[in-house]
Design a protein around this ligand. Structure first.
Ligand code: NIG
Ligand code: FE
Length: 381
């Protein structure tokens, strides 16, 4: 069945061929976009949806989220706001709660968060393991993640569990744990950071994952300017995530690569840290994505619009750059070309805003502007 979305005030396609169109229309056919252009030339369709001058944007692509967990760390957040630093040490608190939880509890948590995302205009989400840290708990996390997305990421190397030796744990993450998880994962990730995994350990995990058919991505340069970004480029990782502390060499390496710099400003907000310098990355020629990093510790937001607002207010991005990073950028960070843009042949994933232009996403922060969401051609809100 075809649907004409008519009288779109501003159509932000995130597609270079179409750019931003005013007084536009879109035709969806099944789960795909069939036509994009000025409304005066729109073809007929079985059904018509009147956008009445509102803006329409691609569904957000949240390419970085940790949704399989139990418990919350609101006390840790309150302590941080009172001056405690963020070190990543709280990951172990969530690991303990996650191991204790039943499959049903974990599944319900993922269902709650993905429903939250969808209501807020996110139509693709990546989901990582990383709060199990045993062979059985990591495999279970990925099995549950796979019920909600095809973009599943093995993050057994999220932190070294309490009492374990880092090299011995790295060997586990490269061996039996990977063997159990690889059938349920598309991606392999590692937290390359002081206090987590160093450059050699991170390389070992990613190359072991690649040898098992997984694709690499990495938590890099979040708390310190370590070797993560250069490792990402060396391994042609789809994405280097966080990129908060970058040297000039890191920025140049990203710009010369096909690795996307995925910025996660919810983490800087919630850990009261300096934001990454998006302007410097873009001006040097690096590809940039925005994602929520949704997790109970460093960034407990599921709102891509909030990340867009932070990127504009705090990171030197224009509203159009931020929205592109939250849609087409996320798609590039997942090496997908069927999502993140409104163009003929792309998936019919889009959001209608309760606003006349996409600038309002940053201009009206914290306001529920997502009025309607179409996911795979089906109107879900
Ligand atoms: O991306 N940095 C590592 N992992 C998460 C935080 C996890 C947590 O604090 O529970 C992140 O920020
Ligand atoms: Fe993360």
């Amino acid at each position: 069945m075809s649907v004409l979305i008519d009288r779109i005030g501003e159509l932000f396609t995130a597609d270079p061929a179409h750019g931003v169109l005013e007084d536009a229309a879109v035709v969806l056919d099944g789960d795909r976009v069939a036509w994009v252009g000025p409304r005066s030339r729109a073809p007929e369709a079985d059904e018509r949806l009147d956008a009445d001058g509102r803006a329409v944007v691609p569904g957000f692509v949240d390419s970085h989220a940790h949704l399989v967990f139990a418990g919350d760390r609101s006390a840790e957040f309150a302590a941080r706001m009172a001056g405690e630093p963020y070190t990543g040490g709280g990951i172990r608190t969530t690991v303990a709660a996650t191991r204790e939880a039943s499959d049903e509890t974990l599944r319900a948590n993922v269902a709650r968060l993905t429903a939250e995302m969808l209501r807020q205009g996110t139509t693709t989400w990546e989901i990582k393991s990383g709060y199990g840290l045993t062979v059985a708990d990591e495999a279970r996390s990925l099995r549950i993640a796979g019920e909600f997305t095809a973009e599943t990421t093995y993050l057994g190397a999220h932190t070294v569990p309490f009492g374990a030796d880092a090299d011995a744990y790295t060997a586990l993450a490269c061996g039996p744990m990977l063997d159990a998880c690889a059938p349920h994962a598309k991606w392999v990730d590692v937290f390359c950071e002081k206090g987590a995994f160093d450059g050699d350990q991170a390389r070992a995990v990613l190359t072991a994952g690649v040898a098992k058919g997984l694709l690499p991505r990495i938590h890099a340069n979040q708390l310190t300017a370590g070797p993560g970004v250069r490792l990402a480029v060396e391994l042609d990782a789809a994405s280097a995530d966080h990129c908060t502390h970058l040297t000039d060499e890191d920025v140049e390496a990203l710009a010369a690569s096909s690795t996307v710099a995925t910025l996660l400003p919810g983490a800087e907000f919630s850990t009261r840290s300096p934001y990454p310098d998006a302007r410097r990355l873009i001006d040097t020629g690096a590809a940039v994505a925005l994602a929520t990093d949704c997790n109970p510790g460093s960034s407990y937001t599921s709102s891509m619009a909030f990340c867009v607002a932070l990127a504009v207010r705090e990171m030197g991005m224009t509203p159009a750059e931020a929205l592109t990073a939250a849609t087409a950028g996320g798609a590039a960070a997942l090496r997908r070309d069927d999502i993140g843009r409104i163009a003929v042949g792309a998936r019919a994933d889009l959001a209608v805003l309760a606003a006349p232009s996409c600038v309002h996403l940053a201009y009206r922060p914290g306001t529920p502007l997502i009025e309607a969401v179409v996911h795979g051609g089906t109107r879900v809100t």
